[in-house]
Design a protein around this ligand. Structure first.
Ligand code: ATP
Ligand code: MG
Length: 441
């Protein structure tokens, strides 16, 4: 992409309405635009990052055996009357009537709808386990939308739903999603700690919130520092090896970690003082086993091997991709702007031509632009006439991990400078070496 053709509406002033750094940077870097309270448009830079976040989520969901579907945003109220939630949900639900005065709603979540799909097709235990998921817009009329896309009214959610014959099956399904979440967040460069969360009337231990530590987080959390050293399992794991999955979950739930609501002060104090961590956190995911809460009133049953009808056991598994984009910025930034981890960076390389019109600069940049593009890496080429200082500031702000800078003096010697955005280190190399580094497949 050439910057001269890229719609990147940067803001010069720091927007006053933005209270936290990710919101400020997303507005300044032209990633999103607020259209009304808690409702945002995603502009090109933001959309590219959002797509990269979603691509990682899709890969890890599929790896763990989930099937992608796409359910509508608008749902009939009657489905929610079946589960009893239509009246319970309260003002967070946006209720609408169509031209025939039928009650509809903009979905805040999809348990009812996915249960309706399930019961329409699945009859036998032989079709289980089943996990159906989608990434779709949700609407919740939050009392206090704030912090930009962190707590918005319209937001993207990846929501997966598992169906099993019994609680044991549901536990195995829960374990697969748990492990897939560990991998998903780690691939984005994040340390997301699974914390015990409230299970409501169901009870048991099958509810975890995945929390990223950040000063601006809305939750107070308590955990063992052991989590900071733990690493998600690698790609080769077998999601269908139930014992292996159970072991990973056990390892990741043994050190203490809880949100405010679930906090047990005496268990926390049992951790040595130097290993305790009390901090603020951002919830980026939540997984939950809820048994037959929806399948029972909605009559979702399968025939078991015993010939009897069994009400299916369900779980739901949420991730907020739009919130995640902001959370990643909370974790990776400095006073100059964003520092994207490579897997979610909008561009891998920012190619900066300090003097368009200079023969050597132009020639080197065109050559590098072609070579980097051919390698499959995303490159943003600054071919504009902006001042050099402004160019550097722009690339620091938008956080591209590598800057390749062609200035007239070094270009005359066939050299470019490479800057690493994460640690600020710089390196002058020959054009050939730059091509080897970024242009090779
Ligand atoms: P919270 O406790 O933050 O209000 P929740 O418990 O209501 O979230 P879930 O229903 O578990 O959220 O939704 C799954 C995921 O969707 C959350 O983990 C979060 O990442 C995301 N999410 C929920 N509400 C919002 C929102 N208002 N704006 C952006 N993302 C959200
Ligand atoms: Mg939650």
């Amino acid at each position: 992409m050439r910057l001269s053709k890229f719609f990147l509406p940067l803001l010069k002033e720091t927007p006053k309405e933005a209270e936290i750094v990710s919101h400020r940077l997303m507005l300044r870097a032209g990633m999103v635009r607020q259209q009304s309270a808690g409702i945002y448009s995603w502009l090109p830079l933001g959309k590219i990052v959002l797509d990269k976040v979603c691509a990682i989520i899709h890969e890890e969901q599929k790896r763990a055996g989930a099937n992608e579907i796409l359910m509508p945003t608008i749902q009939p109220a009657d489905l929610w009357r079946e589960s009893g939630r239509y009246d319970d949900y309260g003002k967070e639900m946006l209720r609408i009537q169509d031209r025939h005065e039928r009650d509809m709603l903009f979905g805040p979540t999809n348990e009812e709808m996915v249960t309706e799909i399930f019961r329409s097709y699945v009859r036998s235990y032989k079709d289980l386990p089943l996990n159906l998921y989608h990434i779709q817009w949700k609407f919740r009329d939050e009392v206090r939308p704030r912090f930009g896309v962190m707590r918005s009214r319209e937001f993207l959610m990846k929501d997966a739903y598992s169906f099993d014959m019994n609680q044991e099956g549901a536990r195995a399904a829960y374990h697969r999603m748990f492990v897939s979440y560990l991998r998903t967040f780690e691939r984005m460069g994040l340390k997301a700690i699974p914390m015990r969360a409230d299970t409501g009337p169901i009870g048991g231990d099958l509810s975890h919130e995945f929390i990223i530590l950040a000063d601006t987080g809305e939750s107070q959390v308590f955990c063992d520092k052991a989590y900071l050293e733990m690493q998600a399992p690698d790609e080769g794991i077998d999601y269908w090896d139930e014992a292996a999955m159970a072991k990973i979950v056990k390892d990741f739930t043994t050190p203490y970690a809880a949100t405010d609501e679930m906090h047990d002060e005496s268990a926390y104090e049992a951790i040595g003082e130097k290993d305790r961590l009390s901090a603020r956190g951002i919830e980026v995911g939540h997984i939950f086993y809820f048994g037959t809460k929806y399948s029972d009133p909605m009559n979702a049953k399968v025939q078991g091997p015993d010939g009897q009808e069994h009400t299916v056991h369900m779980g739901s598994y949420g991730i907020g991709p739009t919130r995640l984009v902001a959370a990643i910025i909370e974790a990776f930034h400095d006073e100059d702007g964003i520092k994207w981890p490579e897997p979610v960076a909008p561009f891998h390389v920012g190619l900066i031509n300090m003097k368009p019109g200079d023969g050597a600069c132009d020639e080197i940049c065109e050559k590098l632009y072609k070579a980097i593009g051919a390698s499959g890496r995303d490159v943003l080429y600054d071919d504009t006439d902006n001042r050099a200082g402004a160019k550097f500031a722009t690339f620091d702000l938008i956080g591209v991990p590598w800057q390749v800078i062609a200035g007239p003096r070094s270009a005359a010697e066939g050299k470019v400078e490479i800057k690493n955005r994460a640690d600020g280190s710089r390196d002058t190399v020959s054009v050939e070496e730059a091509i080897n580094r970024f242009g090779a497949a």
